[in-house]
Ligand binder design. Structure first.
Ligand code: BGC
Length: 702
């Protein structure tokens, strides 16, 4: 069992858990580099020892990239008194892993008992600096508990790692590794190693260096193929602790600056403390573990924040796994961006700037599909060109373009930052041009149809007039009409108005129910007994079969009532919930959190908390069974945050107005406190049994 309490998450026992689950949970990142907690010492193969760099993509086939697995900075093997812990005969009599959420420190406290009964305490600690994006560090401490002997440590930088590209089709498993790195040489000198690598086509260039220090002992070259390394030999004396440290730099001219593990950790801890000050949510409740689980969500969100770089964004799995080839989806705009807009506006601004700067690629995407204007790619990597392999999703899941426009406008609404308005206007106009060419006019009925699209519910096949997409496209067109951009002809504007007015969305007036898409009423009833727990059904049922069932993969219209709340009456919102919630399988990690938020808003307290816990614990408890094999589900983190802040606290802010709360705290929550930014000001919200308040904190400006 993974335990979560206080400021840490922990797990005990060697191989007592699926190793990959823990490798994801204990993944460390600073938004520039991220590394899964997979160690060579434990025998992790080269494609599982993954370290990624934000924006570090290179081609694996024409036009298609993968996120490059960088050299393993935490490369380490260990031999104590002739035995290799975890690999030779003997056993770990203690093996406790822990991640400290306050400062991002991973530690492993173990005791290895070899076949002769020699016991050695082994402590391994590592972190990736939040203060200096180029730095990471590893420390090993060894204590011979009942023997004297010798330990050999091999510490280096391993460029012998491989990529194991993951197919976009979630049902296909790949076992073909790809060598993405060309080793351009390394150095191994007393106290240091270094290497340079280039990815296949040279898009990613890495200069990695490390400084190695250790207590008494010898040091010699221990380099292997593609792996400059130092072999350290240290004497072990009963009950005396010896140590070795490796301070690693990535693309830092001059290599690691002076300073050992402890001071660098302290520096990084101070940077973390600042982030916590801006983003922490404190909850007093009867629910054990809830506070830590919430902080784990926040921790992963903060870790994923690009380190001040507007040329990169946040992948669907952050830097925790190569699932989806590291690509960026609507997950960033709709699920993650609100967290940053309210807790770290500069980060949110960078996410918007990424979309603004890839507008030229979005134009190319539209052109490639014989359309006008700009079309954002369903999946994109470096730049904005389409990276999705699968035809139905890559070509048809077009709502992303409206999601991008929506999120850019939301950023400005919440933060009050008007400095990007000019560029945003161009984005609204170009995306509106795309929609104008994507809708088809049916003269006989005087109606605009959005033919052959896929909504957020990916079990809907490729259908027409998906309500989510049409209504968000209308919103996009309205943003363009309101944009101060020149160059829009009166005819063009008139056409946009006509599409807003005459585009078709199915609506059953008697039930006050919006219909998801044109095919929806014709679908076959689904046997809900065929679903096993939380495991996605697409693992055992083909999408072709699924698309003919009246069943949803994830929130579709239920999400729209949250994004465009003023478009629906209260009874329409309830009708949407009452109809679609019971037939949604939540086979995407994007679903639970949105249902939690919607349930909170609609006053369905039990459902709200039920879905919130699913979303909050999705990775910690591996609820969908994919955390190990796919990494941390970023969008679920963002949706959990939105449920807590918009759903439970009922925060409403932006457009220059004073923020307000309408609390709907779950049963058992006694109080909730959090800080946030809105309109360039800093606030503190507090909800207690005595009442609630939002106060401006004038000492801290954004
Ligand atoms: C979901 C999409 C999501 C993607 C990446 C898919 O399974 O259906 O909505 O964007 O995963 O997270």
């Amino acid at each position: 069992m993974v335990k979560y309490g206080g400021w840490s998450i922990s797990a005990s026992g060697y191989r007592a858990h699926a190793p990959q689950h823990l490798e994801s949970l204990f993944c460390q990142s600073n938004g520039y580099i991220g590394s899964r907690a997979a160690f060579l010492q434990d025998g992790a193969p080269p494609y599982e020892r993954c370290t990624f760099m934000a924006g570090g993509f290179d081609y694996i086939s024409p036009g298609i990239t993968d996120i490059v697995n960088l050299p393993d900075p935490f490369h380490l093997t260990l031999t104590v008194a002739g035995s290799m812990p975890g690999r030779s005969g003997g056993s770990y009599t203690r093996f406790d892993q822990r991640l400290d959420l306050k400062n991002g420190l991973y530690t492993r406290d173990a005791v290895w008992t070899d076949e002769r009964g020699c016991e050695t305490a082994i402590k391994i600690s590592r972190f990736i600096s939040m203060a200096n994006k180029h730095l990471a560090a590893l420390r090993v401490e060894l204590t011979a508990l009942n023997h004297d002997g010798e330990a050999a440590l091999l510490m280096g930088l391993d460029a012998g790692v491989l990529n194991l590209p993951v197919h976009d089709d979630q049902t296909l498993v790949n076992d073909q590794t790809v060598k993405m790195l060309n080793y351009a040489g390394g150095t191994s000198e007393r106290g240091s190693c270094g290497l340079t690598v280039r990815s296949r086509t040279g898009r990613v260039k890495i200069d990695m260096r490390c400084r190695i220090t250790h207590s008494d002992g010898e040091q010699e070259d221990g380099s292997g193929a593609d792996c400059p390394a130092r072999r350290l030999t240290v004497k072990l004396k009963r009950n005396q602790t010896v140590y070795a440290e490796k301070i690693i730099s990535v693309n830092l001219p001059g290599g690691p600056p002076p300073g050992g593990f402890a001071p660098l950790l302290e520096e990084s801890g101070s940077a973390w403390a600042l982030r916590w000050k801006n983003a922490d949510i404190e909850v007093e409740s009867d629910d054990p573990g809830l506070q830590t689980a919430l902080r784990y969500n926040l921790f992963q969100l903060m870790q994923s924040r690009p380190f001040g770089d507007p040329d990169v964004s946040i992948g669907a799995r952050g830097l925790t796994h190569a699932r989806y080839k590291g690509c960026y989806f609507w997950d960033t705009d709709i699920f993650l961006q609100p967290f940053f807009a309210y807790t770290d506006p500069a980060a949110a601004r960078d996410l918007v700037r990424f979309r603004l700067s890839t507008l030229p690629d979005a134009r190319e995407n539209a052109k490639a599909l014989n359309l006008d204007g700009a079309r954002y790619a369903w999946m994109c990597a470096a730049g904005g060109r389409e990276q999705c392999h699968t035809w139905d999703i890559g070509r048809s899941e077009v709502h992303i373009t409206a999601d991008v426009a929506y999120a850019a406008d939301e950023y400005a609404r919440v933060t009050g930052d008007e400095s990007l308005r000019g560029e945003m206007s161009r984005l609204f106009v170009e995306t509106a041009r795309y929609w104008a060419s994507r809708f088809s006019y049916d003269k006989s009925k005087d109606v605009y149809n959005l033919l052959f699209v896929k909504g957020p519910d990916e079990y809907c096949g490729v259908s027409s007039n998906n309500a989510y997409t049409v209504m968000l496209a209308r919103h996009n067109l309205k943003l363009a009409l309101g944009a101060a951009e020149g160059g829009v002809s009166p005819d063009e504007a008139a056409k946009w108005r006509e599409i807003i007015e005459k585009s078709h969305v199915g609506y059953d007036a008697e039930r006050e129910l919006y219909i998801q898409d044109d095919d929806f009423p014709r679908l076959e009833p689904f046997d809900f007994m065929s679903k096993d727990g939380d495991a996605p059904i697409y693992r055992k049922m083909d999408y072709d079969r699924l698309q003919r069932y009246r069943v949803l993969k994830q929130a579709d219209l239920v999400l729209l009532i949250l994004l465009l709340p003023d478009t629906f009456t209260e009874s329409q919102k309830h009708a949407i919930w009452d109809y679609y919630e019971p037939i949604t399988l939540h086979d995407s990690s994007l679903s639970h959190g949105i249902h939690a938020w919607a349930a909170a808003v609609l006053g369905k307290r039990d459902k709200a908390y039920y879905y919130f816990k699913k979303s909050l614990l999705l990775d910690l408890e591996n609820i969908m069974g994919n955390t190990g094999t796919e990494g941390i589900n970023m969008a679920a983190l963002g949706a959990s945050w939105q449920t807590a802040v918009f759903g439970f606290a009922g925060l409403s802010a932006g457009s220059g107005g004073e923020p307000s709360l309408s609390p709907r705290l779950p049963d058992g929550w006694r109080s909730m406190r959090f800080a946030f930014y809105a309109n360039g000001k800093r606030y503190r919200a507090e909800i207690t049994p005595e009442g609630c308040s939002v106060k401006e904190n004038r000492e801290e400006k954004s």
